[in-house]
Structure formats: C-alpha cells, structure tokens
Design a protein around this ligand. Structure first.
Ligand code: SF4
Length: 169
C-alpha cells in the first residue's frame, strides 16, 4: 500500500478509536484494502473516504476473506438463488463460504449496532443492485449478493459506491 494511503488508514483508525459517530460497515475493498478476488482494491478516493470518516465511524469488512477464501481467488458467481449455489470459474462450489461470510458480517453488525452498510457493487457477496448472471459471460442481472441480501433482510440499510452522495448529504 502506498505511504499516503497507509497514513490515511492510520489516521482513520485513530479517529475511529475515539469516535462517537454513527458506525457504518464498509466493504474492505472500498476502504482501500487489497481483498478482491484479483488481489487488488477498488478503493474510494481519499477525499471521499475522508468525508465519510468525518461523518461516520467506518468499519471495514470483507465477507469473502473472513469466510476463509484466499487473496487472490478464482472469481465466483451465483448460479442459483433458490437453492443458493455459488461456484467459481473452474466449477468448484463455494456456497458455504458465501453463507459463512454473510453470517459473520451480520454478526458484526449486530454486535456493533451497525444499521448502515456501504457495499461494493456487482459482487456476489456485496452487491445491492446487480450481480453477474452465473454463466461467467460478463452479463449482469438484477439481484443481490449473499451478504447484502442478508443484511437487507435484517433491516440494515444498504448503499453502494454509486449512491455514496446519499450518505454525504
Ligand atoms: Fe469487496 Fe465484498 Fe468482494 Fe470483499 S466480498 S472483495 S468486501 S466486494
């Protein structure tokens, strides 16, 4: 991680230590951590992160990594919703990891009294609008990732990086 980003994360961490602000869960990859399947980040720019951190206490979490999946890992897609089935691109089933990751995320939210989550779009775990169609074709369909769905069903309000302005208003 670049020195500038390290300093920002340290600064945000220290701010969190003394915070009385509303806590929000944030996808670790949006927070700048290299946790995605391809081993890189999709971090928000530092200005946005700083604005968010002024208003909220940011709690980064990656359901897939917390479930035991590696970095990097082979991309996964949801191939069936009922019953839930998730496979990676070489056909290995990973459903249990996704369910475990979602449950761990909900447990954290309940323990920390988190009612808002800012989650990465288009992810089979974190997306709240669209997911890939399960054919590894690059086509997206309307749908929720496993973690986002569980949080939504437990009254946690979900945002993604495209509607972050709603949180900053
Ligand atoms: Fe980011 Fe969520 Fe994927 Fe983890 S599971 S890399 S937090 S989108």
């Amino acid at each position: 991680m670049a020195m500038k980003e390290e300093k920002l994360k340290t600064k945000l961490g220290i701010m969190n230590l003394y915070s009385k602000k509303t806590k929000i869960l944030i996808s670790s990859c949006l927070f700048g951590q290299n946790v995605r399947y391809d081993g890189i980040t999709k971090g928000l720019d530092n200005n946005l992160l700083e604005k968010l951190a002024k208003k909220f206490e940011l709690i980064p979490f990656c359901p897939e990594v917390e479930s035991g999946l590696s970095i990097p890992r082979i991309a996964c897609e949801i191939v069936s919703i009922k019953p839930l089935k998730i496979i990676n691109k070489i056909g290995e089933e990973k459903t249990k990891n996704f369910i475990d990751g979602a449950n761990l995320t909900l447990e954290l939210c309940q323990k920390e009294n988190i009612k808002i989550a800012l989650l990465k779009s288009n992810s089979p775990s974190c997306s709240s609008k669209q997911i890939y169609d399960g054919c590894f074709s690059g086509k997206k369909i309307v749908g929720y990732g496993v973690t986002a769905e569980l949080l939504k069903n437990n009254n946690i309000k979900i945002y993604d990086e495209n509607d972050i302005f709603l949180l900053l208003d």
